[in-house]
Ligand binder design. Structure first.
Ligand code: FAD
Length: 655
């Protein structure tokens, strides 16, 4: 390209939707030099995804902004199912909890994507100089294969074009209401047109170590690496309408799944600011021979008319409509998620499905939550680059499970209810309820289980020592007390997303002499000259800067002193003194009861155990306190010497 401007960057993120912003947030926290570009001129302000899983909230909390989401969002507690009765009139047939009780300290809630993106942007700003460069389009990508193994090289060259304001604005259909049709899967993408009209004076060249393609379902990045989405669209077309409803339907503030006898199905999602989202099947609009339906026929009036039919004899109308869109159901998974472990795809760029199950934004963010720390720690010289291959291995399985779930769920939803047991064309409402209930566990995001790999050391683990801290799954939370100040905490709240691995030392009954000796021996092993902990920690950094140790013991809090524990477990800092936030106890609190954490975690309160967590809180190892050899093997397999670390890129001080 004939560009005059050339620059280098560690990570280039293409697309600033939920997936791209989650990746950028990791880079902000890990101090990795990063640019984020998006072809659109502005962020989104209404519509799009709104459902948030428990796991997404836990992740937000680990960064430190779940409180903003929790406060602003609408909390959904119950799902009501409505089905035709014997006379064919819809009736409430079931109520189930929206989030399976006890799964997480957060429950499923809804807040629109634009706000979530705002929280990410604020967090990035707080921790870094990374901003989103809008109206910037990548037009060429090449990889220099000769240097893909060289960690200091910048093997990827991307040509960027800066768009005019006009070009960066998506075309609306002109109904006077914001619509999402331009990016619905029923629309053609405009990327090719924009590239064709490229003007060279506004181009630049970026050389990157890693590129993350988070550019949505039409992903340009996917095409550059020869990837494809595999799967088929169906003929079911659904409309989505965000309104402030005026209705006599009693469950409008509940999440509802409504199947009418002959007038289609409707899903009700109660939202923030008195809004309600309706998902309704548009049976009158059919795809043409090319497989696409005519978008211009889809208006808010068409969507509300379909909803009115399903909901009869109840009435529904509105004065205010916030947003609408339509989509054609199709479940597809990318055949590849990366190229040379240098260019990666995440989010809708590698899996698409119907939005009804409220999964898209969550799974997309969780893709880059999985990938971000890996790229960040490799770029910083902390982890071996081989960990990058675990991204595709772990997330492609999740995408496949998501597609299978969505396939079943949306077909059951789109069908008409069976009139009786021999009605094979119809959908059995009992089956629908079963799938819905099972789906709720899946939909929480907490059933994800990563397999044995270099970062999940299942083979040397002893799961029996902590029956409820499942290898490859996220570390669950129970209330524990701080030994130093007696304050109760959900233990998970301490597992921050700051790039550190964690060892959780379940010290067991610390009043017992033998048990104390085991803990002391553990600390001696870790502190010994040449130990893995010393090896991976740079000489000038504090001992908990790469791997952090938390202790949870089960002896009565008042019978044990903070200073009974070896120094390693509450390290000393010249400036800040002792660290009082490392030692916790499973005991009765003054005001919030007993967390019964040992029981919850399934750990023997006498002997305890040892647990290793990855920086994303997934369980990497479970073993005996004395099994430091396995822990050492785990860390030796994936971490580089502390002397290899590259400095963190710090936020410039604002004047
Ligand atoms: P996107 O959000 O699509 O972001 C991609 C970004 O990349 C965009 O900002 C785009 O401008 C940019 N981009 C695209 N191409 C280029 C390019 N060539 N160069 C530069 N930038 C580019 N999910 C849920 O979880 N819950 C829901 O309730 C839900 N409801 C939905 C309702 C509707 C109507 C729709 C359309 C989707 C819904 N989804 C829902 C899905 C959800 O919006 C997506 O799954 C989610 O946004 C995917 O995030 P992403 O970051 O991968 O991609």
């Amino acid at each position: 390209a004939k560009s005059n401007q050339e620059s280098q960057i560690d990570v280039l993120i293409i697309g600033a939707g939920p997936a791209g912003l989650m990746a950028a947030t990791w880079m902000a926290r890990l101090g990795v030099s990063t640019r984020v570009i998006d072809k659109k001129g502005t962020k989104i302000y209404s519509g799009q995804a709104d459902g948030l899983q428990c796991r997404s909230l836990e992740i937000f909390d680990s960064f430190g902004f779940a409180d903003r989401v929790w406060k602003e969002s609408n909390h959904m507690l119950e799902i009501c199912m409505w089905n035709p009765d014997d006379t064919g009139v819809i009736r409430r047939s079931d109520r189930i909890p929206d989030t399976v009780p006890g799964l997480s300290r957060f429950q499923q809630c809804v807040l629109h994507q634009g706000r979530i993106e705002r929280f990410f942007l604020d967090h990035m700003k707080k921790h870094s100089d990374i901003t989103v460069e809008r109206g910037v389009l990548p037009i060429e990508l090449s990889i220099d294969e000769s240097c893909i193994d060289d960690l200091d090289a910048y093997p990827i060259t991307v040509n960027l074009r800066h768009l005019s304001d006009e070009e960066a604005k998506p075309a609306q259909q002109g109904h006077g209401v914001q619509d999402g049709l331009f990016r619905s899967n029923m629309a053609e993408d405009d990327t090719e047109d924009l590239i064709r009209t490229s003007r060279e004076d506004k181009e630049e060249i970026v050389r990157a170590k890693y590129v993350i393609g988070c550019d949505g379902a039409h992903s340009w990045t996917r095409k550059q690496i020869g990837g494809e989405l595999e799967g088929e669209p169906t003929d079911f077309i659904w409309g989505v309408l965000d309104i402030v409803p005026i209705t006599d339907f009693p469950d409008i503030r509940m999440r509802c799944a409504i199947h009418s006898a002959n007038n289609g199905a409707l899903m009700v999602i109660p939202r923030e600011h008195s809004l309600v989202r309706l998902y309704t099947q548009l049976s009158e609009i059919k795809p043409d021979a090319s497989g696409r339906a005519d978008r211009s026929k889809i208006t808010p009036e068409v969507i509300i008319a379909a909803a009115q039919k399903t909901l009869a004899p109840y009435k529904i109308t509105y004065k205010y409509c916030d947003w609408f869109t339509a989509y054609q159901i199709g479940q597809r998974v990318g055949n590849t998620f990366s190229k040379f472990d240098r260019v990666f795809l995440a989010g809708d760029a590698c899996h698409t499905h119907s939005p009804k199950a409220g999964q898209g934004m969550n799974v997309s963010m969780q893709d880059t939550y999985n990938l971000g720390w890996k790229i960040g720690l490799v770029a910083r010289g902390i982890c071996d680059k081989r960990i990058l291959a675990t991204y595709e291995a772990e997330r492609r399985e999740v995408a496949k499970a998501l597609i299978a779930f969505d396939h079943k769920f949306s077909r059951l939803f789109s069908g008409r209810p069976a009139r009786n047991v021999i009605d094979e064309q119809g959908v059995s409402m009992d089956e629908f309820k079963r799938v819905f209930e099972k789906g709720n566990i899946f939909a929480s995001g907490l059933s994800v289980e990563y397999e044995n790999s270099m970062i999940v050391q299942a083979k040397r683990s002893n799961q029996a020592l902590a029956t409820n801290i499942k290898l490859g799954m996220r570390f669950p939370s129970y209330q524990v007390l701080n030994q130093a100040d007696a304050r109760p905490w959900p233990f998970q709240e301490w597992m921050k997303s700051d790039g550190r691995f964690r060892v959780i030392l379940f010290a067991g009954n610390y009043r017992n002499k033998q048990q104390r000796e085991r803990v002391q021996k553990f600390c001696q092993d870790l502190e010994a000259k040449g130990s893995f902990l010393r090896r991976v920690t740079p000489g000038n950094s504090s001992i908990d800067s790469v791997i952090e140790i938390f202790t949870l013991h089960s002896a009565p809090r008042r019978e044990v002193e903070f200073f009974d524990f070896p120094d390693l477990l509450h390290p000393f800092d010249e400036q800040k003194g002792w660290n009082y936030n490392k030692i916790f106890v499973d005991d009765e609190s003054y005001h919030e009861g007993h967390g019964k954490a040992y029981e919850g975690y399934g750990v023997d309160p006498e002997r305890g155990c040892l647990v290793v967590l990855r920086p994303d809180q997934y369980v990497a190892f479970v073993g005996e306190i004395d099994d430091t050899a396995s822990v050492e093997e785990y860390f030796n397999g994936l971490m580089l010497d502390g002397s290899n670390h590259r400095n963190k890129k710090m936020k410039r001080k604002q004047k």
